[in-house]
Design a protein around this ligand. Structure first.
Ligand code: FMN
Length: 202
């Protein structure tokens, strides 16, 4: 089972990186194969430019995009980790979605409609917030939840398996942070071990 983790946070000392380390350790302990793409570390260019536009009109995808697509192709399960900045994922991850999830790779057009091409993959997202949960009854922030779920993953044929949101991460106690890391570990354990684990829709 090949796991791919894509992280979008510039600070290796951050809570997001603590989540990454916990998840990576959990996957390795369970014998999974893991690849990590740290978008800041690799200097991923998030700007959808002329070369990307040319690809949409029948040209070749830029080399850096092809590299990231190969990582997705090789993976069975893919987890994104990112903070929420101004109500959405950081620009570097938005740019990753813009550039990597291309027509012909992530989706195509059939009979006037759209067909997702990533249906064989399982995706999950972990986001951190400084603010409290404004929709506690749904355990979510509805805006970011729906835009990621509908506009990206459903469109690509693979509805999200989980969207874990950690709220109040800046001001919480050390104990609460430990609890959150333990929650992330349990979530990933189930994601690895249970082929039907899809709590997002459970
Ligand atoms: C540019 C910027 C914008 C932010 N916007 C939001 C926001 O819209 N909602 C929110 O809850 N937190 C927001 N935050 C706070 C971050 O989400 C928070 O600091 C982060 O999740 C904490 O995790 P970290 O310690 O790994 O950075 C923002 C932070 C930055 C730097």
């Amino acid at each position: 089972m090949q796991h791919l983790i894509i992280i979008a946070h510039p600070n290796p000392q951050s809570f997001n990186h603590a989540i990454l380390e916990r998840i990576k350790d959990t996957l390795l302990r369970l014998g999974a194969k893991v690849e990590v793409r740290d978008l800041y570390k690799i200097g991923f260019n998030p700007c959808f430019g002329e070369a990307d536009m040319n690809k949409q009109h029948g040209g070749h995808a830029p080399h850096d995009v092809v590299v990231e697509q190969k990582f997705i192709k090789s993976a069975d399960k893919i987890t994104f980790i990112a903070p929420i900045w101004w109500g959405y994922v950081p620009a570097i991850l938005k740019g990753y979605f813009d550039r990597v999830l291309t027509h012909g790779f992530a989706y195509t057009n059939v009979n006037g409609g759209v067909k997702g091409l990533l249906g064989s993959k399982k995706f999950g997202i972990i986001n951190t917030f400084s603010m409290a949960n404004v929709y506690p009854e749904e355990n979510s922030n509805v805006f970011v939840d729906k835009t990621l779920e509908k506009n990206i993953f459903e469109y690509c044929g693979s509805p999200l398996c989980f969207h874990k949101m950690f709220f109040n991460v800046n001001d919480c106690s050390q104990d609460k942070r430990v609890e959150m890391l333990n929650d992330a570990e349990k979530l990933i354990e189930k994601f690895v071990l249970d082929p039907n684990y899809c709590p997002y829709f459970g």
